[in-house]
Design a protein around this ligand. Structure first.
Ligand code: 2RA
Length: 342
């Protein structure tokens, strides 16, 4: 026996990956409803590579009564409108938007890191999925924190355009083509030209000069992993279609060598260590597309601080950074609470 599952936002980058991953992981589904805004009503979407297709229904007219769980990828405005309605009808919402992440009554979950926090989900019947750049970072940090207690993290991100949706991908493609044929590369989705460039600005600016994307990495890491960890982030958009990369510097309370860190990471859940000191002996975003793992390379000691390490961390932002983590939460919810599936 399986679940009655809803995927909302099924025509977007993340919604499509949710369907792919539900199919790939053979999530126990008795019935699937695929929703989006009125604009996409009637479109057909693939259920991964199963050959099955589903007709998109209008979320505004959908009655969630009797459905077990809904995976939402409809942005904060959509979640604000629909998540309370679904939750009140008894359909647990697993929400990819930022809206509920810092709500103390909503668990913010990365299953490899804080699975036990899901037990508080009934307060609002909503579970939040973290921001892409936080999800992959905490998967890398958790086993190292357990071993030597992290005090401070300095991270710089290299975030792909798919994090800004299909419009971001289209803009990189169009601008690259235009530049080759001598046409102007006019920015519209991004604030400056993204083709052959990098932009140190993701999401809106805050009063202290940081951006909301950077703030999310700070507060979400504290909520998921440990409120005592200090984090400072610089988030940068780069001309890569899929796959976020992060250069992470970590200061620990206790001593930890690069060799110890590598042997811990080799065994850590969700982590794939690729770290040879030779040309090409590390991971790049293009190689992580379509993968489930958080890849770690370039683990080395930082002699400029006491107990310091630096590493390189790459993951498919549409998967571990969004859709995969949401499906893993659905699996966890099933295992720990719904217990319907065989
Ligand atoms: C980005 N953080 O990469 C977003 C996606 N969640 O812009």
């Amino acid at each position: 026996m399986g679940y009655r599952v809803v995927v909302a936002g099924a025509t977007g980058n993340v919604g499509r990956e949710m369907l792919n991953i539900l199919a790939e992981r053979e999530f126990p589904i008795d019935e699937l409803a695929v929703l989006a805004s009125a604009r996409s009503q009637g479109d057909m979407v693939d259920f991964g590579e199963t050959g099955k297709q589903y007709k998109v229904q209008n979320i505004d007219h959908f009655d969630p009564t009797g459905w077990d769980m809904a995976l939402f990828a409809i942005g904060s405005e959509g979640s604000k409108l629909h998540a309370p309605r679904f939750a009140a009808a008894g359909c647990t919402v697993i929400d990819n938007a930022s809206l509920y992440r810092m709500d103390p009554d909503v668990p913010l979950i990365v299953p490899e890191v804080n699975p036990e926090a899901i037990d508080g989900y009934k307060k609002r019947n909503i579970i939040a999925n973290p921001n892409c750049s936080t999800a992959q970072m905490v998967v890398a940090l958790k086993p190292l924190h357990d071993a030597a207690k992290i005090k401070r993290v300095v991270v710089a991100t290299y975030q792909s355009v798919s994090g800004a949706g299909k419009a971001g991908m289209d803009e990189l493609f169009e601008q690259s083509r235009n530049i080759f044929v001598g046409d102007p590369a006019t920015p519209s989705k991004f604030t400056k030209q993204i083709a052959f460039n990098v932009i140190p600005h993701i999401d809106s600016f805050l009063d202290d000069g940081s951006t909301k994307e950077e703030w999310k990495m700070v507060v979400e890491t504290k909520k998921i992993l440990d409120p005592k960890i200090k984090v400072t982030a610089t988030c940068v958009r780069v001309p890569v279609f899929v796959g976020h990369s992060e250069a992470i510097n970590i200061e620990f309370e206790d001593e930890i060598s690069a060799a110890q860190a590598k042997s811990i990471l080799r065994e850590a859940p969700g982590v794939m260590l690729i770290d040879k000191h030779e040309d090409g002996g590390y991971i790049t975003p293009i190689e992580c597309v379509g993968e489930f793992a958080t890849f770690i390379s370039r683990v080395r000691e930082d002699s400029t601080v006491e107990n310091g390490l630096s590493l390189w961390c790459v993951s498919d932002n549409l998967r571990k950074g969004a859709a995969l983590n949401a499906v893993q939460i659905a699996e966890l919810l099933g295992r720990r609470h719904l217990k319907k599936a065989a």
